[in-house]
Design a protein around this ligand. Structure first.
Ligand SMILES: [Zn+2]
Length: 246
């Protein structure tokens, strides 16, 4: 090889890294069932990739269609149905987390509605918190004082039969639910993040998304399919959440 070709090869290796199975992405979808949920399940089936659906008990009860979506997610082996509370804290998080017994009761109520039995994979509403057998991490976006205040909530919920998962990166959405980053932009963000390797667990990226982003009005099915296709092409593996803490 000429020196030029050597340099070119090196540059190509840097820009199009061949990622192995040690680089795993965990797709997680919050707040369902909502419009968008059925598109997500369609894409998971078509692309044959695992994902976790962290559902809200209140949304699961909303209609016959919502209940059917919960059942469909449960029956799809690729999907793990997770608990994202009953009330979603009614979006008043500080108030919600001031009542530890209330938080535990709200999480257990969602288990009833969703038909989940311990140990349940879960994500607390509005909090990027991990409580797993091998590790724990608080939400670093909270001030230290508030973090300390909420610590008993996280501990008691975990002790009540939950594995709690936060996230490493988010496909952000607008208030309308529309995704902010283009698929290309998100993929380049993910490449960069794996370059830095600053994840809660090395080589494992938990991607946070929300069901409402994938409704027809935002061309959700195409966007999610394009994301998964692009990540597959780059050699990323997709993990089921139960394997995350192994
Ligand atoms: Zn949520």
């Amino acid at each position: 090889m000429t020196p030029f070709r050597l340099v070119l090869a090196a540059v190509l290796m840097l820009t199009v890294p061949a990622y192995g199975a040690d680089r795993t992405i965990y797709l997680t979808f919050d707040d369902g069932p909502l419009s968008g949920t059925s598109n997500i399940l369609d894409v998971l089936e078509a692309e044959q990739v695992p994902a976790t659906m962290f559902m809200v008990g209140m949304h699961a009860q909303a209609s016959a269609a919502s209940k059917a979506l919960v059942q469909r997610a449960k029956q799809l082996p690729l999907a793990t149905l997770g608990n994202h509370s009953f009330s979603h804290a009614n979006n008043h998080y500080q108030h919600y987390y001031a009542d530890t017994e209330g938080v535990v009761a709200d999480m257990l109520r969602a288990n009833e509605v969703l038909g989940l039995k311990p140990v349940v994979h879960a994500r607390l509403p509005g909090r990027d918190v991990f409580r797993l057998p091998s590790m724990s991490k608080n939400d670093t976006s909270l001030g230290l004082a508030q973090e300390g205040q909420e610590d008993p909530d996280y501990e008691f919920v975990a002790a009540s039969g939950f594995y709690l998962y936060g996230w490493d990166h988010e496909w952000v959405h607008k208030d309308s639910g529309e995704p902010v980053q283009s698929v290309d932009h998100l993929v380049s963000e993910i490449d960069h993040l794996f370059g830095y390797g600053r994840f809660v667990k090395p080589g494992r990226l938990i991607l946070l998304m929300h069901d409402e982003m994938f409704q027809d009005g935002f061309d959700g099915k195409t966007k999610l399919t394009n994301l998964i296709t692009a990540l597959k092409l780059r050699g990323y593996a997709f993990g089921a959440i139960r394997s995350y803490d192994e």
